[in-house]
Write a protein that binds this ligand. Structure first.
Ligand SMILES: Nc1ncnc2c1ncn2[C@@H]1O[C@H](COP(=O)(O)OP(=O)(O)O)[C@@H](O)[C@H]1O
Ligand SMILES: [Mg+2]
Length: 231
C-alpha cells in the first residue's frame, strides 16, 4: 500500500535520513521504533510531504507521490496524526471534526457516525472545547479527525506519549478495529514497546537515520530491544 525506497533527507546540509526503506502492506499495522532523534518523525514527514527528499521514492497504492504537495498526498489517502496533540484548543470537539468535513467534503461527512462510534467519549463531549479535554481525549480527537479524511494509510507519531494506560488501551483497541475493517493500513511510530507488541504485525527499528532491524513483530526479541531501543 505504502512503500518508501531509499529515502534520504537533510536539514541544513546535514544528512538526517540515509536511505530509509520501509513497506506498509495492505491491512497491516506497522510499528516504526527507535530511540529519540534517530529520524522517525522525519521519516513520517517525508511520507506526508512536509520535508523535501534528496533522493528516494514514496509510493502510495502504486502511484509515485514523491513530488506531490502535502495537500495532494492527503487527498490521495495519506492521513497523518502528528506528534503532540495537534487540535484546535479554542474550538469545540464538533468544530474540530467539522473542519475535516469542510476540507474533505461529503466523503468525510459520511464517516462522522462511524468515527464517533469508534471514540464514544468524543460523542459525549461534542460541545466541549478541545483545550479542556485530557491528553488522551485530545489524541482520540486527532485520530478521529484524520480518519474523517478517508485515508488509505493512517500515520501516527507517538500517540501514546504522555497518556494514561487506560486510554492507551482504548486507542489500541480503536486501531485494531480500524485495521480489522480492512480498508486502512496503519503506520505507527512508537517508543512504547508493549503497545507495539500487543497490536503490531511488523516492526521496523531505526538508528541514526536508517532502518537497522525489521520483521514480523514476533521476531522482536530481547537482543534487538537491548541493542537498539533501551537507553
Ligand atoms: N527542523 C529541523 N531542523 C534541523 N534538524 C532537525 C529538524 N527536525 C529534526 N532535526 C534533527 O533530525 C534528527 C532526527 O529527528 P526526528 O526525525 O525528529 O527524530 P525522532 O522522531 O526519531 O526522535 C535529530 O537529530 C533532530 O535534532
Ligand atoms: Mg519524533
Amino acid at each position: 500500500m505504502l512503500t518508501l525506497s531509499n529515502i534520504a533527507v537533510s536539514y541544513d546540509g546535514s544528512r538526517i535520513l540515509r536511505g530509509v526503506d520501509l513497506n506498509v502492506p495492505e491491512k497491516s499495522l506497522i510499528c516504526l521504533m527507535g530511540r529519540n532523534g534517530v529520524g522517525k518523525t522525519t521519516t513520517l514527514k517525508s511520507i506526508v510531504g512536509l520535508v523535501k527528499t534528496d533522493v528516494g521514492k514514496v509510493t502510495l497504492a502504486g502511484e509515485d507521490v514523491t513530488t506531490l504537495t502535502p495537500d495532494a498526498r492527503a487527498r490521495r489517502g495519506i492521513g497523518y496524526v502528528p506528534q503532540g496533540r495537534d487540535i484546535f484548543p479554542h474550538l469545540t470537539v464538533w468544530e474540530n471534526l467539522k473542519i475535516s468535513v469542510v476540507v474533505h467534503g461529503s466523503r468525510a461527512a459520511e464517516q462522522m457516525d462511524r468515527v464517533l462510534e469508534l471514540f464514544p467519549i468524543l460523542k459525549e463531549f461534542l460541545q466541549r472545547k478541545g483545550g479542556v479535554l485530557s491528553g488522551g481525549q485530545q489524541q482520540q480527537l486527532a485520530i478521529a479527525r484524520a480518519l474523517l479524511t478517508n485515508p488509505k494509510v493512517l500515520i501516527l507519531d507517538e500517540p501514546t506519549e504522555g497518556i494514561q494506560p487506560n486510554i492507551i488501551d482504548l486507542i489500541g483497541d480503536a486501531l485494531l478495529k480500524i485495521k480489522s475493517e480492512g480498508k486502512i493500513s496503519i503506520l505507527l511510530v512508537e517508543q512504547y514497546l508493549d503497545f507495539c507488541l500487543s497490536i503490531g504485525d511488523f516492526f521496523y527499528i531505526m538508528d541514526r537515520g536508517a532502518v537497522v532491524a525489521s520483521g514480523p513483530i514476533a521476531n522482536l526479541n530481547n537482543d534487538i530491544v537491548r541493542r537498539h531501543l533501551t537507553v
